[in-house]
Design a protein around this ligand. Sequence first.
Ligand SMILES: Cc1cc2nc3c(=O)[nH]c(=O)nc-3n(C[C@H](O)[C@H](O)[C@H](O)COP(=O)(O)OP(=O)(O)OC[C@H]3O[C@@H](n4cnc5c(N)ncnc54)[C@H](O)[C@@H]3O)c2cc1C
Length: 456
Amino acid sequence: MSTTPSPRPLRVLISGGGVAGPAVALELSRLPPPLRCEITIVERHPDLRASGQQIDLRGQGVVAMRRLGIESQVREVRVEEPGLRILNARGKLQAYFGSNKTGQGAQGFSAEWEIMRGSLVRVLYDETKDLPGITYRFGTTVSSFEHIRDGTAVRARLSDGTEAEYDLMIGCDGLGSRTRRNMFTDGREDIVKSVGVACAFYTIPPRDEDTPNAVLCQFPGRRYIMTRRDQPGCLRAYLGFRNPDERLSQTIKHGTVEEQKKAWAEAFKHDLSNEWGVKRSLDGLFTPEADDFYTQDFAQVKLDNWTEGRVTLVGDAGYCPSPMTGQGTSLALIGACVLAGEIARACSAELTSQSSDSQATNNETNDPWSGGIPRALAGYEKTLRPMVDIVHSENIQRGIKILMPETAWAIKLIHWTMWLVSTLRIDQIASRFASDDRGSWKLPEYPELVKPKVSE
Ligand SMILES: Cc1cc2nc3c(=O)[nH]c(=O)nc-3n(C[C@H](O)[C@H](O)[C@H](O)COP(=O)(O)OP(=O)(O)OC[C@H]3O[C@@H](n4cnc5c(N)ncnc54)[C@H](O)[C@@H]3O)c2cc1C
């Protein structure tokens, strides 16, 4: 009697060890036996890049986080932010929006699942670093790659000089993805579209009187300052500017960190130096605490397809919705679950049909990947596309204009409206009838994947 041999492992190369990369690896480690992967994650940074500010998970992003089996780990490190205080430029409270702690309806600005980006990156890394079949290579990038064997594999050369063959390459290398640029050689970089907002994030020296609430202060000329305290003794400053002047835009793109900090200080100092929070936030730019300074021109990535042959994209690399949607991290986790789920589904079916064929013909076969992977990638595109389209079609420009209006009068009107909404608790009533889910899209169940062990 002949027995069908176990298939060889799926060889996967993941570029980017942020959120999406380790999440895909974690979910792929749960392929049903005898399917299994050998995964290499290359990360450009010399070590774990566990920096960044507060991010949140909402709607199906929370479902994906639970599916990944990291709920208790995330709960342990999540940020408790009671709510959002809106101040005027003299520091007087205009409105307060508490977080929705009912576990039902839509979240407010401060979500139930607020977490520092670095904490989430660390949770995902800790979950994956010792798993059999997963190898991290820090300080390494993919120098080039090409399709080989009639498009059924990819040969990649890494920056450390090594070269290897993979069945699947996944670009999880964020907004500026090099994988994406090398996949689409027809110069499709117009797919990265600025949403017209520049932001800077950094830590500033704390004070005893700092509140655990987020604090927002808007200024004429399309600017704001926000502070958030994710832990006692630590204050994060956010500077925002809608349609920033050319000098700041160019410095964000091409300047050194010191030049960027100076350009941000200039953008606020010349007319706002006496207003609430400005002096403290700008002085804070040049303190040792601000060594985590990060500035970005917010953008969206809009692609018709995320896959080319055996190379695909997950997270910001493929469909960054911009931080203005609050959906970037949720989409990255959802994308990871859908891709791994589709691989489990298509390749299990392929294996089953090959086993029955081989019994019928007495042929031994052991490659569920060559047929399964193309179907899985098509399934990934088809399943996730409606969700990404919904997030991308949201009108974020209206919210951007309300957050960063042009004139002092517009700010007064917004404050008055916010005061009314918060005093009459309209936000709380409305949130009960709303949902953080985008439309009716739900993360599909993938029973083929082995369920994670959930630690309490
Ligand atoms: C340092 C940093 C700080 C951030 N801070 C915030 C924040 O404060 N608020 C917010 O809303 N969003 C922030 N983001 C973006 C947020 O993490 C993502 O929108 C979201 O979590 C989706 O994750 P991702 O894994 O797709 O992308 P990212 O989290 O951006 O991860 C991409 C990873 O790929 C690595 N990488 C990039 N290029 C290469 C390459 N060529 N080869 C190998 N590796 C590469 C990067 O170092 C990074 O680790 C930040 C991202 C980074 C990298």
